[in-house]
Design a protein around this ligand. Structure first.
Ligand code: SAH
Ligand code: SF4
Length: 355
């Protein structure tokens, strides 16, 4: 069987929702460049069948750039003394949440570094206030906390939790996140799932030391966890971190991983990540044609935005209003529309088969 026949056969298998083995995933990840269009087309069909033609929006507020972790890849790491740190006040956060609501977006993502300044109680009071004032669906993305904290967040009205596993290799994870363990991250993710949060995970593509095997395992983690949302973005080296100078300027591999995530998980919500839009002018649009169905405009007020400097170029991707306007213009040509509803993960069309 020729390589292209073999790829076609695997894509048909994936498209109808049959599980792929780790070796088959690796084969698809490594497929020759001339078959990549077929991979994206296949993921695009599954996206249409499972989650429809509509694009869902989530408004992000990056409310604190203080972080007690020292992740080697991230500009917010504790040891980055060059970063000017900020915390938004509760009133500023509420005002931003109201601004998001006014644009018609019903889902708010609250993101920060791991910042223990915010006690569980104060986060819960904040969530309750946002709920009362805006009635938004709330996603938290504030790193790892303990089981009781997750319970409290849920009782205060938090609906979703985003905690990327970052990499499925325990060794690479431990190297990139000093003092942290992959099994603790996975335990948090399982707890969040069990508590009933819509749970998001995901990885970075292009990390130093990442292999095909690790990328395939990343995809299997997403599948086996039965994650509801998947954040898949390219690693972008930051000049003020130990990983400065590592090359990763090609988004194609990230798009391959994203497309395979759509094929493997079928009905999850997958954003066209800001990191993709940062590395490539058309990154967002390309992702939306390779399996993505969500866009997350950044509503962090301008005075803070450039200081949420996880990776370089992030804040150049534009104001939330411009992103939505540009999206409206672009998606017309794709025959897609924006849906201003919360966009919960839909029910499954296929029986779940985990091998
Ligand atoms: N502190 C929380 C949330 C903020 S970080 C946490 O770590 O979970 C949000 C995401 O930014 C991380 O999950 C990581 O995948 C991404 N990120 C950090 N540094 C990055 C870099 N240099 N390039 C691309 N993405 C990066
Ligand atoms: Fe902190 Fe998250 Fe950045 Fe790690 S990735 S340094 S936990 S903000």
């Amino acid at each position: 069987m020729s390589v292209s026949d073999r790829i076609e056969k695997l894509l048909i298998k994936a498209e109808i929702g049959e599980p792929l083995s780790r070796d088959e995933i690796i084969e698809l990840l490594k497929m020759p460049g001339d078959s990549v269009r077929d991979l994206f087309a296949s993921a695009d069909r599954v996206r249409q069948r499972e989650v429809g033609d509509e694009i869902f929006l989530r408004g992000i507020i990056e409310f604190s750039n203080h972080c007690e972790r020292n992740c080697l890849y991230c500009g917010l790491r504790k040891s980055n003394a060059k970063l000017s740190r900020y915390r938004m006040s509760d009133d500023e956060i509420i005002a931003t949440a109201e601004h998001i609501k006014k644009t018609g977006i019903p889902t708010i993502v609250l993101q920060s570094g791991e910042d223990s300044f915010y006690k569980t109680d104060s986060i819960c009071r904040l969530i309750e206030r946002i709920k009362t004032e805006t009635d938004a669906v709330i996603t938290l993305s504030i790193g790892e906390r303990n089981l009781d904290d997750y319970r409290s967040f849920q009782q205060s009205g938090t609906n979703r939790y985003l905690l990327k596993h970052e990499t499925s290799s325990p060794e690479l994870y431990q190297y990139l996140r000093p003092g942290c363990r992959l099994n603790e991250r996975m335990q948090s993710l399982r707890r969040l799932k069990e508590l009933g949060f819509e749970t998001g995970t995901g990885n970075m593509v292009g990390l130093p030391g990442q292999t095909w095997d690790i990328l395939a395992d990343d995809l299997l983690v997403m599948k086996i966890l039965d994650a509801d949302m998947l954040g898949i973005g390219p690693f972008i080296p930051h000049p003020d971190t130990p990983l400065t100078g590592i090359e990763n300027d090609d988004i194609e591999l990230t798009l391959r991983v994203l497309a395979l995530a759509r094929l493997l998980t079928q009905n999850t919500n997958i954003p066209a990540t800001t990191a993709l839009a940062t590395l490539h002018r058309q990154g967002r649009l390309l992702a939306l044609q390779a399996g993505a169905n969500v866009v997350m405009p950044d509503f962090t007020p301008d005075i803070y935005k450039s200081r949420y400097d996880i990776y370089p170029g992030k804040s150049d991707t534009g104001a939330a209003r411009n992103i939505i306007e540009k999206l409206k213009a672009d998606i017309h040509s794709l025959n897609r529309t924006i849906n201003f509803s919360a966009g919960k993960r839909p029910g499954k069309h296929f029986p779940e088969i985990i091998h």
